[in-house]
Design a protein around this ligand. Structure first.
Ligand code: NAP
Length: 253
């Protein structure tokens, strides 16, 4: 498959390496601040790419999305923090009859973790002696907080455990309310990404953790998404598509 990389930062570079290992060709790289790279998406700069992978910054997403749609390019959006514009993005995809897939985290392992958390939360639902809280850690250069992945994990839990109604991310100078779930974020060093869910009671604690060892899992998942969206139309969340990977409908390797 012929790919365009939009954003040539940490993820763009990882995608370039992973694309080769999956037999794909990177035909275009767009990043305004990298010397020698194309500055924006146009027919000339995306060349004959079939799918573009967008890993930039939240302010750039809608414009890149519209460019991709105008150029008839399928799009994988990995950038996080732009989700207030989801409805607008959906409308654009509908208007142009394009094909787009997005995720706060494309890692196959993290998406399996979402499934594990959902099943765990379901199991703990009726055991009110267990409180639940979240801890998320990322490298010091990450610009958004909590991570999109942590928000997604929180949503999964709030959906399953009725006694929790909202997340609180700030430090509290009061007792936490029964219906609040604490989500703590740490930004330090070079941590690739770590997400933990704790179920805590007087007698014991159950801890579930996903710990990324590198960005390679993210890149491979984004390429799985690119392979999937290549011949599709519509606006998709990777988590929905992932359900079919779990049930064996697609190749998730
Ligand atoms: N969904 C996932 O699985 C996943 C995984 C990892 C990261 N992410 C997200 O993906 C995004 C990028 O992460 P990263 O670690 O690669 O960040 P990064 O190292 O900062 O790279 C982003 C690159 O995109 C460039 N850029 C900014 N605006 C652009 C535009 N309009 N067109 C093209 N390039 C543009 C940036 O240039 P400047 O440095 O000059 O701004 C930078 O080179 C973040 O939102 C991050 O949270 C998602």
């Amino acid at each position: 498959m012929r790919l365009a990389l939009v954003g040539y930062g940490k993820m763009g570079r990882e995608l370039e390496k992973a694309a080769v290992t999956r037999g794909h060709q990177v035909v275009a790289i767009i990043d305004p601040d990298v010397p020698g790279m194309a500055k924006e998406m146009s027919a000339a700069t995306v060349k004959n790419a079939e799918v573009a992978l967008e890993f930039t910054q939240k302010e750039a997403v809608l414009n890149n999305l519209e460019q991709a749609l105008k150029l008839n390019l399928k799009l994988v959006i990995g950038t996080t923090g732009w989700y207030d514009d989801l409805e607008k993005a959906k409308e654009l995809v509908q208007q142009y009859q394009g094909g787009v897939i997005y995720a706060p985290n494309f890692s196959v392992g993290v998406n399996l973790f979402f499934e594990v958390v959902q099943r765990a939360a379901e199991a703990f639902r009726n055991f009110s002696q267990y409180d639940v809280y979240l801890l998320e850690k990322h490298h010091r250069n990450k610009v958004d907080s909590p991570s999109g992945t942590a928000k997604k994990i929180a949503d999964i839990i709030l959906h399953q455990i009725n006694r929790k109604k909202k997340i609180v991310t700030e430090s509290l100078n009061r007792r936490i309310n029964e219906d609040e779930m604490h989500l703590l974020c740490i930004r330090a060093g070079a941590i690739y990404g770590e997400h933990s869910v704790f179920f805590d009671s007087e007698g014991d604690e159950i801890e579930l953790t996903h710990r990324a060892r590198s960005r390679v899992g993210l890149a491979i998942g984004a390429l799985v998404a690119a392979e999937w969206i290549r011949d599709k139309k519509g606006f998709y969340a990777f988590s929905d598509v992932f359900k079919s990977l779990i049930s064996g409908g697609q190749n998730g390797k």
